[in-house]
Design a protein around this ligand. Structure first.
Ligand SMILES: [Cu+2]
Length: 117
């Protein structure tokens, strides 16, 4: 029966590790919100993105165009160059509810809005 006890112990160990990983993953998800956006044909897709208030935010910007872009926002106080065919992550502080405009600083007609609520 010693063998069964050892196997049971290691099984419990595996379950505890799995539970810890799931728990840590859940905590991490609560740290901040994440939203994804693409640029294609010098347009943001979608042109309006939404995020929860009072949570730090990561905006993942995928540049599907052949030219570099610079994701920029005065009100969000961020700017980040994203090379063609790559994805950049823009980190934003926790925000009050409101609308925050952003644009591609290299192609200023390319504009979008972040709605925080
Ligand atoms: Cu700029």
């Amino acid at each position: 029966m010693g063998n069964l006890y050892t196997r049971l112990k290691s099984l419990i160990g595996v379950v505890i590790v799995a539970a810890a990983v799931i728990f840590a993953g859940g905590l991490h998800a609560q740290d901040g919100a994440e939203v994804s956006i693409s640029i294609k044909g010098h347009r943001f897709q979608p042109a309006e993105i939404h995020a929860p208030a009072n949570k730090s935010l990561t905006i993942k910007v995928k540049n599907l165009d052949a030219a570099a872009i610079e994701f920029e926002s005065v009100s969000l106080r961020v700017e980040k160059v994203v090379a063609p065919g790559t994805e950049g992550a823009v980190h934003v502080r926790a925000l009050a509810p409101g609308k925050y405009e952003f644009f591609d600083d290299f192609h200023q007609e390319t504009r979008g809005i972040l709605v925080v609520q």
